[in-house]
Ligand binder design. Structure first.
Ligand SMILES: Nc1ncnc2c1ncn2[C@@H]1O[C@H](COP(=O)(O)OP(=O)(O)OP(=O)(O)O)[C@@H](O)[C@H]1O
Length: 321
């Protein structure tokens, strides 16, 4: 069977980001523990994990800001530090606050473009792309978080890179800003760029990503297409509550339906809809107290998957541990 990670970009070119056997230890503590995955062009890859999973550390190693203890990371087939004019290959948003507050947005971008031998004409273009043209002459110290995020993204875009890396870009954005960012990143991927976006929220990532790389405690937990993850974990089922669960269960199973009993005693029926379950119950004469279609939330699946990897878990109230 072909692993869908083997399909890079259809041209046989190197994957946009190639992480192999990556390890990072601080003192005696290993925070990235043998990660191997690839990020391909033309797609948004969601890089998911609970707080402290090692997402930022991995991204910093991709960008040559941290040195791996072991393993390697290639961007467009080369280590970041070996890229000539790296901003033309990869643009990153790691910390939107990292801008001199006394500088205007335009001056900030001009500064970065000069330092990286990027033509000044790009400044107007990227300001336009992120919707900051009218705020270009304002000092960034007075910018809202959403505006700072947009400026950070404009900075990442200056070199017109093929690879975009954004660390938790949704944090602190209002709903309009989130919607804008989602559209914006999907459009960049549709242009053929590789987009790697970290998050600790599955619900948000599900609306954005084509592919998921999920990590916990520095280890790879899943490397799967968004559609594959949803098909596997977003299981649709019918919940039916009845006063006669044993009889109804037997009737459903005679109809070749898979049935499980939920913690509250209701039956959960897979592979059909409420109409058929209702018909079987009526035929059997079993009183129905509840009949509904439910779907596992992807967030639940993600929480289950990463449950052992959460650094500071909350425990249910009143339960002894
Ligand atoms: N410079 C450092 N020195 C020591 N430990 C570090 C350093 N940088 C990160 N860590 C530790 O490495 C672990 C992974 O941190 P990292 O920031 O990569 O996680 P993350 O998945 O990005 O989390 P978050 O969602 O909270 O940003 C954490 O336990 C963190 O405390």
């Amino acid at each position: 069977m072909k692993n869908d990670r083997e399909i890079t970009n259809g041209t046989g070119a190197a994957p946009a980001i190639d992480v192999a056997g990556l390890v990072k230890s601080y003192g005696g503590r290993t925070v990235v523990d043998g990660l191997t995955f690839q990020v391909r062009a033309g797609a948004v890859t969601g890089f998911l994990g609970p707080n402290g999973a090692g997402k930022s550390t991995t991204m910093r190693m991709v960008l040559g800001l941290d040195r791996p203890t072991r393993g390697r990371v290639l961007v467009s087939g080369r280590p970041y530090r070996a890229l000539r004019e790296p901003l033309r290959h990869v643009g990153a948003l790691l910390d939107a606050g990292a801008v001199h507050p006394g500088r205007t947005a335009r001056d900030h971008l001009l500064c970065v473009s000069r330092a990286n031998r990027i033509p000044g004409t790009r400044v107007g273009e990227v300001l336009e792309q992120v919707g900051l043209t009218t705020a270009a002459g304002r000092r960034t110290g007075g910018f809202s978080l959403g505006m700072r995020q947009r400026l950070g993204i404009a900075t990442a875009l200056l070199g017109d890179p093929r690879v975009l890396i954004l660390d938790e870009p949704v944090n602190g954005l209002d709903p309009e800003g989130i919607r804008w960012l989602r559209r914006f990143l999907k459009d960049r991927a549709a242009e053929g760029r590789a987009v790697l976006v970290s998050s600790h929220l599955m619900t948000e990532t599900a609306l954005l990503a084509d592919h998921l790389v999920i990590i916990g405690k520095g280890r790879l937990l899943a490397d799967v297409s968004m559609a594959g993850f949803a098909a596997e974990h977003g299981r649709v089922r019918v919940r039916v509550g009845t006063t006669e669960p044993v009889r109804l269960r037997a009737a459903l199973e005679r109809g070749n339906l898979r049935v499980e009993t939920a913690a509250d005693g209701a039956l959960e029926v897979y592979g059909t809809g409420p109409a058929e379950v209702g018909r079987i119950a009526a035929r059997e004469g079993t009183p129905v107290l509840e009949l509904s279609r439910t779907e596992d939330s992807l967030e639940d699946a993600f929480m289950r998957m990463t449950a052992d990897s959460v650094e500071y878990a909350t425990r249910p109230l009143g339960k002894a541990v």
